[in-house]
Design a protein around this ligand. Structure first.
Ligand SMILES: Cc1ncc(COP(=O)(O)O)c(C=O)c1O
Length: 422
């Protein structure tokens, strides 16, 4: 009789784990109703924009991330574009980006006419490898978009030291990292600027939305201007200073975010508590390891909880076979935030940059680029054989009972590896 669910045995998990996302109640409903009734549906509806829902959210979110300034805007992709423009990235510049992330971390670079340069990752954290980052810097490198993959902070000591010495700007893509801290400081304003996404599945959401945070007043003013059609604060409304788009957030989004942000500190604590329990439990199961936590990661506010599979400790059973078996047991496990190394997407493999080929064929750049030849070996190996991840809503249970079920399912697959080999 087979024991594993993938072979027709009983499942370990027969109920939903964690909590349905997003968590909401009459507070969010009332917040939206209040905006509808106010008639002020954008921040410009207030004489003092700081009193708008969006203005109040910016203030609260900046404090939550230990940043001095925040500009709330349309989404996480345009937040990266806005941050890159603020640090002065233009046509002909190179911008470094890790191979393992969501494609927007790289397309945002091309959208500001710069050339994405892919950098390999560290096999323990799945974050950009600081040594590889330094090796990729050329005389054309203006900035790096570093990503706190799954919310686990990059080695900011090393990255900021390199950035300062080599004179490049650091944009922290914090789309997975609301609430994450490095040495007790929120991520986002550790580098030049940080960007966030508030899209539906994120740990802070209003359906769609984003933000840029920074500690630098000049960069904050530029980000404000680039999100506001080139206006400058304090100047007449119909006076424009930059080529810039309208990336403004609506008051409906601001109101929902204020309600959701009030819930975030407690949710982050619950996720961390459950994740630490799961990590402890995994230490007893050979072949499935948590990330070896760096003590400088003082809070891990994760979107995905990344961990590792070691096929060599599972009699060579491929990661994908293990994954299917665990999913069949009822655990919604995945392979990391967004799958394959992003340069393997058709956009890059086929060099699909339109009629002119810009920005990579821009005459202001002038170097040959062929992404079909790009290879980041660690990212490819991690993606194919090692990466595992669990989504954040799974960790919101009030007790550790859900973690026990996940551990039981992994133990069961481990104990019946023979069934996977046959
Ligand atoms: C790492 C990363 N960067 C940027 C983004 C883009 O955010 P948005 O979907 O809000 O445009 C995402 C979205 O999932 C992401 O995961």
């Amino acid at each position: 009789m087979p024991k594993l669910a993938i072979n027709g045995g009983e499942k370990v998990v027969t109920r939903a784990l964690g909590k349905p996302w997003p968590i909401r109640d009459e507070r969010e409903e009332q917040a939206v109703v209040d905006v509808v009734r106010s008639g002020a549906w954008w921040r410009g509806g207030y004489a003092n924009a700081a009193e708008s829902q969006v203005g109040r959210f910016e203030d609260a979110f900046a404090r939550f991330q230990d940043a001095r300034y925040c500009v709330a805007l349309t989404n996480g992709t345009q937040a990266i574009e806005c941050a890159l423009k603020a640090v002065g990235v233009e046509a002909g510049d190179e911008v470094l980006v890790p191979a393992l992330t969501f494609v927007a971390s790289a397309t945002a670079i091309a959208l500001v006419n710069a050339v994405p340069v892919f950098v390999d990752v560290d096999a323990e954290t799945y974050n950009i490898d600081p040594e590889a980052l330094e090796a990729a810097i050329t005389e054309r490198t203006r900035a790096a978009v570093i990503v706190h993959n799954g919310g686990y902070p990059c080695d900011m000591d090393r990255i900021l030291e390199i950035a300062q010495r080599r004179g490049i700007a650091i944009v922290e893509d914090c789309a997975h990292a609301h609430g994450s801290q490095w040495r007790g400081q929120g991520v986002g304003a550790l580098g030049s600027l940080g960007t966030f996404s508030f899209r539906m599945g994120k740990t802070l959401t209003c359906g769609e939305g984003g933000a840029v945070v920074t500690n630098d007043a000049e960069l904050a003013e530029k980000a404000y201007s680039f999100h506001h059609i080139g206006r400058i604060s304090g100047r007449p409304f119909y006076e424009f200073h930059r080529v810039a788009s309208n990336l403004r957030m609506t008051e409906f989004q601001g109101a929902i975010l204020l309600s959701q942000l009030a819930r975030l500190p407690e949710q982050t604590e619950i996720r961390e508590r459950n994740a630490r329990y799961l990590a402890e439990g995994l230490k007893e199961i050979p072949g499935v390891d948590p990330i070896a936590r760096d003590p400088r990661v003082t809070r891990w506010g994760f979107y995905y909880w990344n961990f590792h599979y070691r096929p060599e400790q599972f009699d060579g059973v491929p990661r994908d076979r293990f994954l299917e078996a665990l999913q069949a047991e009822g655990v919604p496990v995945g392979v990391g935030a967004h799958g394959q190394p992003i340069y393997q997407n058709p956009l890059f493999r086929s060099m699909n940059f339109g009629r002119t080929g810009c920005p990579v064929k821009c005459p202001l750049y002038g170097k040959p680029v062929d992404y079909s030849q790009t290879c980041c070996p660690t990212a490819e190996r991690v993606h194919q054989t090692q990466a595992l991840s669990l989504p954040h809503p799974l960790f919101l249970g009030d007790t550790t009972a859900d973690m026990d079920l996940i551990l039981e399912a992994i133990r069961k697959v481990r104990a019946n590896t023979d069934e996977l080999k046959s």
